[in-house]
Design a protein around this ligand. Structure first.
Ligand code: FRU
Length: 495
């Protein structure tokens, strides 16, 4: 059986040691993508939260840095964001240095223990060395708790349209919108979300961004809103809302009016993509919206079978907003930078599949570090499933049921599952959003994760797995007569 070092991903970010959850404070500046993260360096379970730090030039290969924020007498450092204050609106800039402003939630564990309800408040810190070190502002907290128990995870966005900073904050069952000129004084502008969307749990880690509608000049505002529990396949999940923003109030688009508990507006349908948000300060020229999530689920995150470290992030993704038949969909695909890591490849076309057929084995492509693309154009026959397997008898099954227009993923036989009842008790499902005749898929494989991007990322499923031995074979199994696989392309990813 494998454990710990065998389970450490080949290319997904993990902390060198200790516990990690949400990505925090992501921004781009001077050639570096910064990733901070909820971190407890002293144990492999959640504890007093710090902001760990890592940097990358391409969002794929990360270098961990010294811890950026430590808990103090005001509390633990919970999730939040960071922005580059180019015009020194905050006044923290000195000697022409551009300040980076981080905003986070102080979580006071004493207040929590004493049964108070106002133990979460918002605070800021600034960096004059491009995010290496931060100084906490002496005027903290900048937003006091208004008697709301779950009041956290500030995400700041520069609103160029209204020439202001906007900050979204999760407050129990809604998102609160604040505005500011100087990042210190914040004014409550509006609230959103009561009675809208999924509410199976507490809302956490929002993000609010303006996006271009693909192929048009139209712009819309998107609210990304994680919740736990209540995710599409149980536990932690991330939904989104599309609408307009007048500088104070977010109004849901007509096409989403009255959206209720059950909907298909999820950034990812799999169980392991939570609390994801976007990078701030991405250069306008390429206009990309870049996203990363925590690749785990609160249902079992603290029990997964690793010892010295726990949890990985998803692959970085580019989000796109698309409009079809008057409805908006967010799709996501791995960032194009991943292509730079492609090594040897293998390709086959027009394969007629009549029975279970081996497509790739580890002598051709190492299936613990691979990108696999496929196309199926004749969906009439397409009840198919893929199987990843190894000589220990572990099997990870994922497929598509065309009559139900449903994708699924079953990790119940894919190795270690006993550590938590909630890990593999149900087969995860996801609706096919696209109505295209042709189905295409991209499969990103690491040692302990699978990320499935169907239909150019309109349906995404991300899940972690703990096989007893590395994957050795990928096979396809037709379930409804002959299947024609138009194309399969596999790339070794090399790091
Ligand atoms: C989400 C979350 C946040 C909070 C952080 C604490 O996973 O619960 O709401 O800020 O984790 O680590």
């Amino acid at each position: 059986a494998q454990s710990d070092t065998d389970f450490r991903p080949n290319f997904h970010f993990t902390p060198e040691s200790g516990w990690m959850n949400d990505p925090n404070g992501m921004f781009y500046h001077n050639g570096y993508f910064h990733l901070y993260f909820q971190h407890y360096p002293d144990d492999n379970v959640w504890g007093p939260m710090h902001w760990g730090h890592a940097i990358s030039t391409d969002m794929i290969t990360w270098k961990e840095q010294p811890i950026a924020l430590y808990p103090d007498e005001k509390g633990y450092i919970f999730s939040g964001s960071a922005v580059v204050d180019h015009n020194n609106t905050s006044g923290f800039g000195e000697e022409g240095k551009t300040p980076i402003i981080a905003m986070f939630t102080y979580h006071d564990p004493k207040g929590e223990k004493d049964g108070e309800i106002d133990y979460q408040s918002q605070a800021i810190a600034y960096s004059l060395d491009e995010g290496k070190t931060f100084t906490k502002y002496e005027g903290n907290p900048v937003i006091e708790n208004p008697e709301i128990r779950d009041f956290r995870d500030p995400k700041i966005t520069r609103d160029e349209v209204h020439d202001q900073w906007i900050m979204v904050l999760s407050a129990d069952d809604k998102t609160m919108f604040y505005t500011s000129q100087n990042l210190k004084d914040w004014e409550l502008a509006s609230e959103f979300g009561r009675g809208l969307g999924a509410h199976g749990g507490v809302w956490e880690c929002p993000d609010f961004i303006q996006m271009n509608v693909k192929g048009t000049d139209e712009k819309k505002w998107v609210l990304i809103q994680s919740l736990n529990p209540g995710g599409f396949n149980g536990g932690s999940g991330t939904q989104y809302f599309v609408g307009d923003f007048d500088g104070k109030t977010f109004t849901l688009d007509e096409s989403m009016k009255g959206v209720g508990e059950d909907h298909s507006y999820w950034i990812d349908f799999g169980k392991d993509n939570y609390a994801g948000v976007t990078w701030a300060n991405i250069p306008k020229e390429n206009g990309r919206t870049l996203f990363m999530g925590w690749m785990s689920n609160w249902l079992y995150a603290q029990e997964v079978p690793t010892e010295t470290w726990r949890s990985a992030m998803t692959i970085a993704r580019e989000l796109r907003l698309e409009k079809e038949n008057d409805a908006y969909t967010i799709s996501s695909m791995p960032v194009k930078e991943l292509k730079n890591y492609r090594g040897i490849s293998y390709q086959e076309k027009d394969i007629k599949i009549e029975e279970e057929t081996k497509l790739i084995d580890s002598s051709k492509i190492d299936l613990t570090s691979a990108e696999i693309r496929f196309k199926i154009s004749d969906l009439q026959q397409s009840n198919y499933k893929f199987k990843l397997s190894n000589s220990q008898g572990d099997e990870l099954i994922f497929g598509y049921n065309h009559p139900k227009k449903e994708f699924y993923l079953d990790r119940s036989g894919a190795g270690q599952t006993e550590f938590s009842e909630d890990f593999a008790n149900k087969i995860s499902v996801a609706p096919r959003i696209s109505e295209d005749k042709e189905l295409d898929g991209v499969i990103i494989l690491d040692k302990t994760s699978i990320e499935l991007f169907y239909d150019d990322g309109k349906t995404v499923i991300t899940e972690i797995v703990f096989p007893n031995y590395p994957w050795e074979q990928l096979s396809i199994i037709p379930e409804n007569g002959e299947l024609s696989l138009d194309e399969i392309e596999a790339y070794q990813l090399k790091f």
